[in-house]
Structures are given as structure tokens and as C-alpha cells.
Design a protein around this ligand. Sequence first.
Ligand code: HSE
Length: 422
Amino acid sequence: MDDKLRIGVLGLGVVGGAVVKILKENESIITARAGKKIEVVKGVTREPEKAKHLGIELSTDVDFILDDPSIDVVVELMGGVDFPYVVVKKALQNGKSVVTANKAMLAYHRLELEELAKNLHFGYEASVAGGIPVIYALKDGLAANHILSIKGIVNGTCNYILTRMMKEGASFSEVLADAQKLGYAEADPTLDVGGGDAAHKLLILASIAYGIDAKPEDILTEGITDIAKEDIEFAKDFGYVIKLLAIAKKRGHKVELRVHPALISEEHILADVDGVMNAVAITGDKVGETMFYGAGAGGDATASAVIANLIEIARSESAAAMMGFNRPLETGLELAGKGDIEGKYYIRIEAKDELGVLGKIAAVLSENGISIENFKQKNLGESASLLFSTHEAKEGNIQSALDAVSKLPSVIKKPVMIRIEG
Ligand code: HSE
């Protein structure tokens, strides 16, 4: 057996640089735990000049690593979907194990790549919630349980924006610019604020927990761009905070997968997760509720998770253990349709402040079987914001009611709806 695990890193940005640095800084403890030295010997980057200080061989060509028979493991940290997919496939076909943090690529191609990996290792702990070992928790620590639900704050950018909107009364656009400056956001920030990044992460968790093979387009995904100051105020008045949640919920033989902003009680365990921090609450049928909290992004935290996979490879555990599940998982579970989702809802309707408008809206809600829990009106001069929270209702009924409300002559704008969770 080789006395060293030789690594090639594709992408030497913040995370790639941190992987090289931490493997040096913590070399003795990592070697002790892994049973052999783990060394990055080659790196590929678009800007080799900027990576010279790392002291490894550099190139701009991925084949520099993929075609090198002495490389045992390829660490893919490039981002994107199509190009990394081709690169990872080639790495596996060339007999190299792969560790990746690329949630977008995994959301589309994880099952195919895992099958291709066969007896090679394919690790992706860093793809969800950065440094939090939530994938290890699901595949190992909670393996004895049926997973009843997963609720996560898994996008640091959205959580940072919503926290500042709640605490400072700031507007969405003001704080997005700050999140970009601080480097939390993806290269394309619409992936963050539109909920896509959280959906990628949810699909990875759900594939482990439920063996569900869904693609991002299959699941309900809404971002935070429509959240206005009055939504924040309503939430505060009724004891809620607003968070972007990634939710997997098992109901009978169906699994709801959804990403959307949600009102959650100020008392809820996730309500105090602020700023760029991430947290994932997982409920198992035997263990009950568990909660994993920590840094969801950032170089060192994400590199910590990448290196955990490298240590596992060095220990030569079996590929099946690395994957965490065998497909198809024999649960008989299917993805629930978007209209079947059930819950409580907050609705904001902007309407002309005129006689009978509230009655007409209340009638539409009632015709669709929707019962109102709380109501507040905010006058805006000629118009008014009508703010409702509902009792439990079916998503399909809420959508029909909102379509009908939009068509009322007094209603000025498309109504905004936010789901209430816990
Ligand atoms: N853009 C991501 C976030 C980075 O804000 O959480 C970590 O995946």
C-alpha cells in the first residue's frame, strides 16, 4: 500500500487554497488520523500566478491532473455544472477517486456519477452547509432512523440578507450588495436569492435520506426577492421571523421537497440562526430532533469538510460506505406534487382601499376552503396592504385562491405568499 495519498486540486480559489494550507498546517494530526500523509501535489487554476505561493505544480489544463497516473484523488472545486461534470466523469473513468464541493453539479448528476464511481470513492461532504458534517450525520450517525423531516438554513447569503432586514429594517437591495462585497454570494447571485443554491443542497440531502432521484426543476423553489418591509413587520408583530428554508418532509409514502421563505416562530430552534451561519434540523423516527449548526461557507470551513473526505479515503473505507446509500433505497417513497404540500400561509394583498374589498377577498379564501388565523391592514394612501395568516391549507387551494384574488378589480398587484413553518 502506498504511504501517501496524492491529490490533484481543480480550482484554487478560496476553498482550494485553504485545502492546501490546512493539509500543511495540520499535517501531523491529519496524518495520524488518516494513517498516511495526504499531499496536494498538483493544482489547476485559471490564474497560476496567484497560486504560486502554494508551492505545488500548477497548470491551466485539467488533463495535467486527469491524465497523471500518480494522482490518487481529484478534488473538484471549480463550480458550474456542465464542465465539471465532464471533468469528474473523466477522472472516475481514469480510475481516480473524486471529492467535490460542487452542489450544482451534484444536484443534476450525483447518482450517475456515484454509479460510475463503483469501487472508487466519491465524496461530497463540503457540498452542503460548508463545514457542518451534515452528510456524515445523515449517512452514518442517523442511519438507524427513518428520516421524518429535514429543515435547513443552507444558504448563507439569504440568511445574511434576511437577518439584516429583520434586525435593521434594511431593504432587500441594500443588503444584497453588501453580501456580494463580503464574498458570500455565488458568482451568479440569483442562484442564492432565487433559492436555487438551497435547492441543490436539499436535493443532495434528500437523495441520501430518501433515495429520491429528483432534479432542481422538479421541486418547488422560491427565493427571497419578493420579501418586503411590511412582511417583516407582520412577522415581528405575530411572533415570527422569516428564513429561507430548505425542507424535506415525509408524509405517508410521499416526500415533499421545497425551498422557500417561511415564517417560523421566534421560539423555533432555527429562529436564532443569524447572518451567514447555516443550520440543519433533522428529525429521525427514533432519535427525535437533532440540530447541526455552523459555518455554511468560507474557505477554511469548507476545506475542513473536503479534507474529512480525503481522510476517509486514506483510511480506505469502502466506496458504499462513502456514498451513504445504495440506490434505489427500498423505502417506496415518491416525490409529492407541488399542489399536495400542506401548511399554514401568510398572504400579502395590495388593494384599493374601497368599500367591500376585504369582504370579497375573504369570500374567495373561504370558497377555497382557507380559514384565516390573523389579519392586519396597513394603509398606504389610496391603497392598503391586507396581511393575512391562515390555518392549515393545501398549497393547491392557496394557489387557486391567489389566482382568483389577483383577478378582483380592486387588487392592484400580484399577491405575495410566504409559507409558515413551525
Ligand atoms: N453562496 C453560498 C451561500 C455559498 O451563500 O451559502 C456556500 O455554499
